[in-house]
Design a protein around this ligand. Structure first.
Ligand code: CP
Length: 308
């Protein structure tokens, strides 16, 4: 097993071998998840705190199920009912959680770098569940695992990421993971949301959606991240949908086996036509959710060795 770290903070710093360690381990956990008894004792006696300071549906419940299946003790931290609301700092909150002998802190935070900060001040293993517009490493690992399961390979595939790339932590983590594993990544969206500076990450940038999706094996859609945009980045949602939304007519001009992905939450009728979102022949959006549990089990199990 190739893995030499206590925390999972980003994809940027992972080696290709470390990414494959997670994907190979996830495949084993996927097989365990198909059994009648899905629970294993890998984290028995270990305590995991799910510190979600920003809203989440998929990542939060996926981590919680992964932890349950590994037999961990779990603390679900709720911001609204916490002393963060009374002005307690993130550092003090996390130190109090660690005083309860937490072995893992899974943190989602609106501030980029919050997980890296906790990793410096805590003894627990820290897992980044999404920090601002920086990274969302377990999403990229589950996206990569979903592609691998569907296509049997990553190297050589053409992956188009379409939408609000600028404010997307998923895009950044996906770009790191996919390019490291040899995929050809194309980014597309309005010029304000897909600046050419992303070419420095090894991607092709185009603002022509037909060109971006014509020969794609994977079309990974992103929602408009209104909560992070500091100003209006395009004239209207209707114009965005008209110019960049994935609809039946556009999909008809793609490869017949091109798959549609989306990290969620989806905005039906904006970045994706509602019928396409439910088209199980083309959409693997719910497969991504399913793969997320196996991938998060893999990450927790691998990191648990650094606690021994
Ligand atoms: N994909 C993702 O991060 O979704 P949530 O915000 O619901 O966790």
């Amino acid at each position: 097993m190739s893995w030499n770290r206590k925390h999972l903070l980003d994809i940027e710093s992972l080696t290709v071998e470390e990414i494959w360690t997670v994907l190979d381990t996830a495949r084993a956990f996927k097989a365990v998840g198909a059994r009648a008894i899905k629970k294993v004792p890998a984290l028995r006696g270990k305590t995991v705190v799910n510190l979600f300071v920003e809203p989440s549906t998929r990542t939060r419940i996926s981590f919680e199920l992964a932890e349950q299946r590994l037999s961990a003790d779990i603390i679900n931290f709720t911001t609204e009912a916490s002393s963060l609301k009374k002005g307690e700092t993130l550092k003090d909150t996390a130190r109090n959680l660690e005083a309860l002998n937490a072995d893992f802190i899974v943190i989602r935070h609106s501030a980029s770098g919050a997980p890296h900060f906790l990793a410096r001040v805590l003894n627990a293993s820290v897992i980044n569940a999404g920090d601002g517009a920086h990274e969302h490493p377990t999403q990229a690992l589950l996206d990569t695992f979903t592609i691998l399961e569907a296509k049997g390979k990553i190297a050589g595939l053409k992956v188009t990421i379409l939408g609000d790339v600028l404010y997307s932590r998923v895009a950044r983590s996906d770009i790191w993971a996919l390019t490291k594993l040899g995929a050809q990544v194309t980014l597309c969206g309005p010029t304000t949301l897909v600046p050419r500076v992303f070419e420095q990450m090894g991607c092709r940038v185009t603002h022509n959606v037909e060109e971006a999706i014509a020969d794609a094996d994977i079309i990974n859609l992103l929602r408009i991240q209104h909560e992070r945009q500091r100003k209006t980045m395009f004239p209207s949602l209707a114009e965005y949908t008209s110019l960049f939304g994935l609809n039946q007519a556009r999909l008809a001009r793609t490869k017949p086996d091109a798959l549609i992905m989306h990290p969620g939450p989806i905005n039906r009728g904006v970045e994706i036509d509602t019928k396409l979102a439910d088209d199980l022949n083309r959409s693997v959006i719910l497969d991504q959710v399913e793969m997320g549990v196996a991938v998060r089990q893999a990450v927790l199990e691998i990191l648990s060795h650094s606690l021994d």
